[in-house]
Each structure stands twice: as structure tokens, then as C-alpha cells.
Design a binder for this molecule. Sequence first.
Ligand code: PLP
Length: 225
Amino acid sequence: MSSRYDEIASNLERVREQVKSAAESSDRKYEDITVIAVTKTFPISDVHILASLDVHHYGENRDSEGSLKAAEVPGIWHFQGQIQSNKLKSIASWANVIHSLDEIRHIQALDKVAVHRIGVFLQVSLDGAQGRGGAAPTDLSALADSVLNSTHLDLKGLMAVAPLEESSDQAFEKLATIHDGFKASYPMATSLSAGMSNDFESAITHGATHIRVGSSILGSRPTPQ
Ligand SMILES: *Cc1c(COP(=O)(O)O)cnc(C)c1O
């Protein structure tokens, strides 16, 4: 076994233990939390290692990179990057789930080009500044309605990134409140995509069902994106 295998295996083991204890301390089940390994900027050889360690959910931020990797390793591929209209057709060809939809025009365009079913998380902004993407909470129902009116898209839930200027606990508590209100109108939208390497335990405490973890599993990225 290569040392890279050992490195990823031990990082993954540590993350899984942390997910377990965060789930237990908030009376939740470990099995209800999906760990998405964010493989952006890391080589395809790392994706093969993850697959051999029974990780089959992968997250990518760029169409060009995700399409190449998804063609090589079967799995559940998540797109979580900024959406560009001219890339939607390609993204729809390889992504199984998209976490970063925050505009009606993108939802409608995606539905037109989709060739298989795609799970959708609507990204919500927690600071209103739109700095890290996401729709205002008041715009969510219009976005959700457009997903429900689509042919190929399944509404999974909400996604958010914690703003830099407040604590992750405060941010994810706000997100949980928004998600509760949203589920009252859209009961199928039970999933919550929140938490990255530095804050996934807090996200789990506040109800995250999908955490997106890159550096804690794969190490630091050469170029942050
Ligand atoms: C890069 C990225 C992640 C993973 O970040 P880490 O800090 O490496 O865990 C999660 N979500 C989004 C939207 C990202 O862009």
C-alpha cells in the first residue's frame, strides 16, 4: 500500500469518528449523515483510493475537472461550484447532485439540458451579502417551485456555506431555522448540505445531512478555490 493510501485512510478514519461523535451527542444517527469527499484539485488516483475505502460521494467545483473524474470513477458526483450558464449542459451530463443552484433561470436551463435525474440543493445565503453565493431566504420558495415544476430535477433540500464573519454555530443555527420553515412548505426537502472541514461538527449538531469535506480527508490544496 502506498503512503498516500495510508494518509487518506487515517484521515478518513478520523473524520468518520468525528462525524460519529457529533451525531451521537446530538441524538442523531451516523448513517443519516452523508460524507461527500471534496476531491477538487486532487488527482484521480486519490479518487480511486477513496473508492477503495468505500467513499462513493465526491464533490467538485469545476465542470472541466468533474467531468473527467466522473467519467473514470463511478459514484455519486456532486457539483458545488459557482454555476455558469454555458457550463450547465456539461455539468448535467456527469453530476448526480447539484448543491449551488440559486437562480430560477439556471434551474430552468438545467432542466432543459438534463439527460438523467438530478438532485437539487438550493443554496441559501446566510449573510445577505451574497459574497459566498446563495439566494436570500425570501427567494427560496420561488426557486423551490421552479424545481417542482421541472421534469428532471428532484428537490433535496438546502445548502449553505457559513459566512466568515460569524461563528459557525450561529450561522448553522440560523440555517436550521430557515430549513425548518422551508420543510413546512416543501416536506420532501429533508436534506441539509452544510459543513466543511473546519465546521462540519457544528453543522451536524444543527441538522446537516450532507457534509462536504475536502482538506480534512485529502490534505491541503495547492490552490484554494
Ligand atoms: C472546497 C469546498 C468545500 C470543501 O472545503 P474543505 O475546507 O477543504 O473541507 C466544501 N464546500 C464548498 C462549496 C467548497 O467550495
